[in-house]
Design a protein around this ligand. Structure first.
Ligand SMILES: [Zn+2]
Length: 428
């Protein structure tokens, strides 16, 4: 289903709308001293933006800008107009703060309502949000958006997997929003507690972590539902930037509100279809602070094809393949954790939990994948499985990866975002 007529605008009209909004955004940005200084350093003024392509003359914004300007330096409206703030967790330093005017909250709410409509959530649905409703944008964002669609919303919050499932069962919940590792946990717990058959679930929206098609398959089969990916960042607005449609063939970027570029992270050259690069995003309708050419650090590619089977004209991008900085180099090979997950989750005997350990043996760096199997006690089958996974991993990453299979529940469960990579290598 389509929520807004802008989703099917002919490309030419969409570009016109983007240009008009880009001009307004750059002019608004120029009023913010922090951003004006950056533009002046680049020797550019807002009236030099004469075409959409001129965006490429503007300076980039980075996480570093958010850090330097913390807390109020990027604010573009009088503080009295701000009605809410959200922030990143700041686990790697100073958090990025996002300000919202009343208009920004309304736009954001509509965008999440658009995400949910895109995957088939309607006013007839009962929707449970399984993430925390604090500073994290996925909480309030999805609560508001689902309410705007008209669904009955249960703002359960994070954790307590079994309790969540019981709530879902008792209130006949049909749809939910979760981080992917929690989706896996739900599928696992529902199976273990034997309540899969008692649930009325049909749709799940997952986001905030990178996850593979193998994980999708496991959650879909475990809960007998369809699950979809969506993408967004606190610096832009939160979720509501890009979302899958029922075609499950890439994510549409909501181009009436965001302008995107996929760039070679080394040379900053614009890349063509199917070439992996860094996602750089500009918010076109945000009032409270400028976010222009934000370097997200996320890797993806533009997909080919102008119009999708769903009828939307907004460009599709691949699902996010990883972060530029979360790959690791081992024995000279650059590997992303998601490549490993993609391989191991294809094996039906592999359970819901895994992690990757990097360690040092003598002078060599080693990589070991620990994964749970439901067939641990059958030694013969276990050894065959171990051999098959080792071979499949070699075919993907081209180095030998040790595989350690453990019994179900053999890997300790974590709350919140799953930590899948443990680097215990010795400094050399
Ligand atoms: Zn589509």
């Amino acid at each position: 289903m389509i929520r807004h007529k802008e989703e099917t605008l002919p490309k030419r009209e969409l570009k016109k709308l983007q240009f008009k909004r880009l001009k307004e955004t750059v002019s608004r940005g120029y009023e913010v001293p922090y951003y004006r200084t950056k533009m002046k350093e680049h020797g550019i003024t807002p009236d030099e933006i004469r075409t959409l392509d001129d965006i490429r003359t503007l300076p980039f914004m980075t996480k570093e800008d958010f850090r330097k300007a913390f807390p109020f330096g990027l604010l573009g409206v009088p503080i009295e107009r701000v009605v809410r703030i959200h922030a990143t967790s700041g686990t790697t330093g100073t958090p990025s703060t996002a300000f919202y005017t009343a208009q920004d909250i309304d736009t954001w709410t509509e965008l999440i309502a658009r995400n949910l409509t895109s995957i088939g959530v309607t006013a007839a649905d009962r929707f449970q949000n399984t993430v925390s409703h604090g500073l994290f944008t996925g909480g309030m964002g999805y609560l508001q958006g689902a309410q705007r669609v008209g669904a009955m919303v249960i703002p359960f919050g994070g954790g307590m997997t079994l309790k969540q499932l019981e709530f879902m069962r008792d209130f006949k919940v049909t749809s939910f929003h979760a981080i992917p590792s929690f989706g896996l946990k739900m599928a696992e717990t529902a199976k273990k507690e034997g309540i899969s058959g008692e649930l009325s679930l049909r749709i799940g929206m997952l986001g905030a972590e990178n996850w593979s098609e193998g994980t999708r398959k496991k959650i879909e089969e475990g809960l007998q539902i369809d699950v979809y990916d969506n993408y967004g960042l606190t610096e832009l607005v939160g979720p509501g930037v890009s979302c899958e449609c029922p075609e499950k063939n890439g994510m549409h970027v909501w181009e009436d509100h965001f302008l995107f570029e996929v760039l070679d992270p080394e040379t900053d050259e614009l890349l063509g279809p199917n070439e992996d690069g860094e996602m750089v995003l500009t918010a076109l309708t945000k009032e409270a602070f400028p976010c222009i050419r934000f370097r997200t650090g996320d890797l993806c590619s533009v997909l080919e094809g102008d119009i999708c089977g769903c009828g939307r004209t907004h460009q599709r991008i691949s699902r996010i393949k990883g972060r530029i900085d979360d790959g690791f180099i081992i024995r000279g090979v650059n590997i992303f954790p998601k490549q490993i997950e993609e391989v191991i989750m294809q094996f039906p005997e592999i359970g819901y939990n895994y992690y990757i350990k990097l360690w040092t043996k003598g002078v060599m760096d080693e990589i070991t994948v620990y994964a749970e199997t439901n067939n641990f006690n059958d030694t013969h089958a276990r050894i065959a499985l171990q051999r098959d996974i080792t071979r499949a991993l070699y075919e993907t990453v081209r180095i030998r990866v040790n595989v350690e299979l453990v019994e179900e529940d053999g890997i300790p469960r974590q709350e919140g975002k799953a930590k899948r990579l443990l680097d215990e290598r010795e400094e050399k």
